[in-house]
Design a binder for this molecule. Structure first.
Ligand SMILES: C[S@@+](CC[C@H](N)C(=O)[O-])C[C@H]1O[C@@H](n2cnc3c(N)ncnc32)[C@H](O)[C@@H]1O
Length: 379
């Protein structure tokens, strides 16, 4: 389609939505273009809520034939949404390429985080850097499966495209129950009532908002922010004289957005967990939360995108204290990433790779998750 002038991002989303609506009407294959357009128009309100621009398929007829051949028999809603997930892995990883330090979070890492913090029905769950809303979709599945009801799910991302993908995931994968808002999540509420009210998460949540029960997130790993400007309102800004890494701000932002007793799972580059330069940030975290567990992820976990080592910190928010909370921290090390050194998946013996593929990966995070859950729930 290189010369067709069609924006591939929007067209792929239109095709996915058309296939989804067609499956809802019992079609196994992608119907012809006329029927696809009809379906998109019939569901115009849902489509317009997600996409800007045309409601109709833009792909020229000659290429549409090829699309039907390749994509037609792929089941969007079956196999626990494996196809949808993989499509968005490609789409979002491409659009992240231009931005430093944004990596698609592997689904088994997400499930470990969600399993460990164990969101419950009715609780407020948030991902302030939600990307394709994968953490929230996992939380939706977790609460439905374990408790028969869902939690209240909120995703924020400053990227318009990420929000559009998140809305598709919400519609197709979570019955539309994930609320997605485009927002710079790092923006802090105005310090005094005299200051002008800005668009912030707190503002959007309304006056009765007292904090989230759970935050599960993988913030961007890189990209500095000048200490002047809005980063100035952050305590951690005092730990650096010039520039701050975005993930450091996200650590403080997440703690601020939680209610006391709220649970946090945050994926971070390894230097935040062990680097000398970030000792002051860890001290801040220790004074504002009980750090309960740290999982050191395998170097291959984020392949093929990066071999950067990462870890997940699990913490429970407390009232700010003068010295760090004396929490007992359990350290885990993942030795099986479910990936080979070239980034290809490694499956368990006799695995059924279709239901869905990532569940069959040969990794050890599902052994770790219940152990973290027991220390967090004992908090
Ligand atoms: C590592 S990606 C998250 C990936 C996501 N968990 C997934 O698997 O799809 C980080 C996300 O944070 C978003 N982001 C970065 N800075 C932000 C900010 N200040 N406010 C809101 N979102 C932000 C990026 O647009 C990106 O989607």
């Amino acid at each position: 389609m290189a010369n067709s002038g069609v924006d591939e991002f929007y067209e792929i989303i239109r095709l996915i939505l058309a296939k989804y609506f067609a499956e809802g009407e019992g079609y196994e294959d992608l119907p012809d273009k006329r029927k696809c357009d009809l379906l998109l128009r019939e569901h115009g309100a849902e489509v317009a809520f997600i996409l800007d621009g045309a409601l109709e398929i833009q792909t020229p007829d000659s290429i549409f034939k090829e699309v039907r051949r390749i994509f037609g028999s792929t089941n969007i809603t079956g196999q626990d949404f494996t196809a949808l997930d993989q499509a968005f892995e490609q789409l979002t990883s491409r659009s992240y390429k231009s931005e430093k330090g944004q990596y698609f979070t592997p689904r088994h890492v997400i499930d470990m985080c969600v399993e460990a913090v164990d969101p419950k029905p009715g609780e407020l769950i948030c991902d302030p850097a939600c990307g394709s809303a994968a953490f929230l979709k996992s939380a939706h599945t977790h609460t439905l499966k374990n408790y028969g009801e869902t939690a209240k799910l909120y995703g924020f991302d400053y990227s318009h495209r990420a929000c559009q993908v998140a809305k598709v995931v919400s519609l197709i994968g979570a019955r539309g129950e994930i609320k997605v808002e485009q927002m710079d999540s790092l923006r802090l509420p105005a310090p005094t009532l005299l200051d002008e009210e800005q668009e912030t998460i707190e503002h959007m949540m309304g006056p009765s908002f007292e904090g989230f029960d759970v935050i599960v997130t993988n913030p961007p790993f890189a990209g500095d922010i000048s200490v002047e400007g809005y980063a100035n309102g952050y305590d951690v800004a005092r730990t650096s004289s010039k520039r701050l890494e975005r993930d450091v701000l996200f650590i403080e932002r997440c703690i601020r957005l939680l209610k006391v007793g709220g649970r946090l799972a945050i994926v971070l580059p390894d230097n935040k967990v062990s680097g000398k330069a970030f000792r002051a940030v860890r001290l801040w975290l220790g004074k504002n939360s009980e750090i309960k567990a740290v999982v050191s992820l395998h170097r291959y976990t984020f392949l093929p995108y990066t071999s950067q080592k990462a870890a997940v910190i699990f913490a429970v928010k407390r009232q700010p204290a003068l010295s760090p909370y004396e929490s007992e921290i359990t350290f885990f090390r993942s030795d099986a990433a479910g990936k080979a050194s070239n980034g290809t998946p490694v499956y368990r013996d006799n695995a059924d790779v279709d239901h869905p593929a990532y569940i069959a990966l040969d990794h050890d995070l599902d052994e770790i998750a219940p152990q973290i859950r027991s220390v967090i729930c004992a908090a």
